[in-house]
Design a binder for this molecule. Sequence first.
Ligand SMILES: [Zn+2]
Ligand SMILES: [Zn+2]
Length: 95
Amino acid sequence: MECYRCGRAADYDRIAVGRRSGTVAGSLCLDCEDEWLTPETVTSMATCFACDEPADLLFPKWDSIVESDDGSGPVETEYKICLTTPAACHYCIQR
Ligand SMILES: [Zn+2]
Ligand SMILES: [Zn+2]
């Protein structure tokens, strides 16, 4: 699965989930998590951590992922969203 922010197929602890759709849009690679979503960031699932606008995407940590071998099939993911799950708007994720 490719990182939703930088497009690389890198290792990841978090996934990107559409807040309204609930569908998995991609991953959030470890580099992006370190550089962009730092551990010191105070986060809420309702608002973008960078600009406080309503969030479009949530970045929960995943529990388990089943991905088809060729990467083209559906991805089944288990994850938990809580009040402090990081979230961002489309505008901020593209900077
Ligand atoms: Zn990335
Ligand atoms: Zn934002």
